[in-house]
Design a protein around this ligand. Structure first.
Ligand code: ARG
Length: 484
């Protein structure tokens, strides 16, 4: 039996440029005599993928079991061989699960590692498994299965975050806070309304993931190296066994398409962009000048020298990890750009960015859901800030239009003069004296004060999708029902 502990590096751990050969001539295992001398150590170092593609072991074994069963059903393999292969692969799965499997660099990738191990376990029958397929359609199948599973688990996390946000939105349907444009106080909104804005974004993110999954769900297995195969295989059977909707229609496309991974990374990038915006808002809301919310120790860290500090590190890292996720998308787009048909080894570089982005988004989603559940809103401070900065100026202008029949442009002008007056006296709008307002526009009456409070302002925003607490409570309840 071969030495399963082959190492690529020299004793100092360097990938040398010398002519040293790798310790085990992998070429002899895979391609026979043509590469009898074994690959140069550098060749192995650049070629090896087992360090990262071992993540695909479950998918690889599942795919091989489906392939073997189909070969048996089609009379291409004997029932005895199929039985031996199936039991052997199940045994390997148990070995890997138990941490008893040695992944060998010299065997390049997960496909060869498993196949060689299968040969060790069951002998000759293993050598028939690769009938009617190639590593090209094998890796395309494994990777689709992996991305499909990742889409499902990311979608579940998105749903959990939406639930957390909708729950807090229901709680804060009537809590007023300053609404901003340009990060300048614009008009009062409710905290619940603000949170539900993110629920809407996240629901589109989940939709994009669902769409990507639907397009991904075709099975490339049986496309073989690029041209299909002369064996009487049944691709519909393997597609169904692996939970795909149908086999892919063109063998060249089957082995060269990585759109599914790019679509997934695109959806993750937009999702990460949304999470980074919310993270930024948490950071702003927690900051000393704002203090609209606070987070507990569960999601903050202290400073080693400034005891008063509570830093929103989880939000900052959620904001930052967006970079790796965008990087993954840009990296894979660049790998695929200009690649001629069909398979090329370039495509082996598809996996690490996808794995890394998946780990990053999963952490970001968990951290964001945790912060949403953890955060405490200072509703008194929110209300106070909501009323500052002449935030009800639009309500005053609307009142002039509604009650006095003024054209909006004139009302805007009159309101501007009253705001200037308040500014000069260093007071907020509700504190401006009626006589002062009447000096600007004589028809203004006492009734105007009813619209100048923040509560009256938000309560009046009953247009569809507006921030009125009644709207927000209904929208939060609708989301909680959908997500239950
Ligand atoms: N490790 C390879 C990859 O991830 C598997 C396919 C190799 N195919 C080949 N013809 N060398 O792309």
């Amino acid at each position: 039996m071969m030495d399963r502990r082959v190492r690529l590096r020299d004793r100092d751990g360097r990938f040398g440029l010398s002519k040293d050969k790798a310790e085990t001539p992998v070429g002899q295992l895979q391609w026979g005599g043509r590469f009898g001398a074994g690959p140069d150590a550098v060749m192995q170092a650049i070629n090896v993928s087992i360090g990262f593609d071992q993540k695909l072991w479950r998918e690889d074994i599942t795919g091989s079991r489906a392939h073997a069963a189909m070969l048996g059903a089609q009379g291409i393999l004997s029932a005895a061989d199929v039985e031996a292969i199936d039991a052997g692969l199940a045994g390997i799965a148990a070995e890997i699960e138990a941490g008893k499997f040695t992944f060998v660099d010299a065997l390049e990738d997960i496909h060869t590692n498993i196949e060689v191990r299968l040969t060790e376990r069951i002998g000759d029958a293993a050598r028939r498994l690769h009938t009617g397929r190639s590593r090209n359609d094998q890796v395309a199948t494994d990777f689709r299965l992996w991305v499909r599973g990742a889409i499902d688990s990311v979608t579940a996390q998105v749903t959990d975050l939406m639930k957390a946000m909708a729950g807090r939105a229901a709680e804060h349907a009537a809590s007023v806070m300053p609404g901003f444009t340009h990060l300048q106080t614009a008009q009062p909104v409710t905290f619940g309304h603000h949170l539900l804005a993110y629920v809407e974004m996240l629901s589109r993110d989940a939709g994009r993931l669902r769409d990507a999954r639907a397009r991904l769900n075709e099975c490339p297995l049986g496309a073989a190296a690029l041209a299909g195969t002369s064996f009487p295989i049944n691709r519909h059977m393997t597609a169904a066994a692996l939970g795909f909707d149908r086999p892919t229609a063109n063998s060249l496309d089957s082995v060269s398409d990585r759109d599914f991974a790019l679509e997934y990374l695109s959806a993750l990038s937009i999702l990460a962009m949304h999470l980074s915006r919310f993270a930024e808002e948490i950071i702003i809301w927690c900051s000393s000048p704002y203090k609209l919310i606070s987070l507990t120790d569960a999601f903050t860290t202290g400073s080693s020298i400034m005891p008063q500090k509570r830093n929103p590190d989880a939000a900052e890292l959620t904001r930052a990890k967006t970079g790796r996720i965008f990087g993954a998308l840009l990296g894979l787009l660049t790998v695929m750009k200009g690649l001629p048909m069909a398979y090329a080894k370039d495509m082996q570089e598809d996996k690490e960015p996808v794995f890394d982005a998946t780990e990053a988004i999963s952490l970001c989603l968990a951290a964001t859901a945790g912060m949403v559940r953890d955060m405490q809103a200072d509703t008194a401070r929110m209300a106070a800030l909501a009323g500052s900065g002449f935030s009800t100026a639009t309500d005053l202008a609307d009142w002039l239009v509604r009650v006095l029949g003024m054209p909006f442009r004139d009302a805007h002008h009159v309101t501007g003069r009253i705001v200037k007056l308040a500014e000069d006296q260093n007071i907020d709008l509700p504190a401006v004296k009626l006589a002062d307002m009447q000096a600007v526009e004589p028809r203004i009456t006492e009734a105007v004060y009813q619209v100048l409070t923040v509560d009256a302002s938000v309560a009046s925003r009953t247009s569809f999708g507006g921030t009125a607490p009644s709207n927000v409570a209904a929208a939060a309840a609708k989301w909680l029902e959908i997500l239950a």
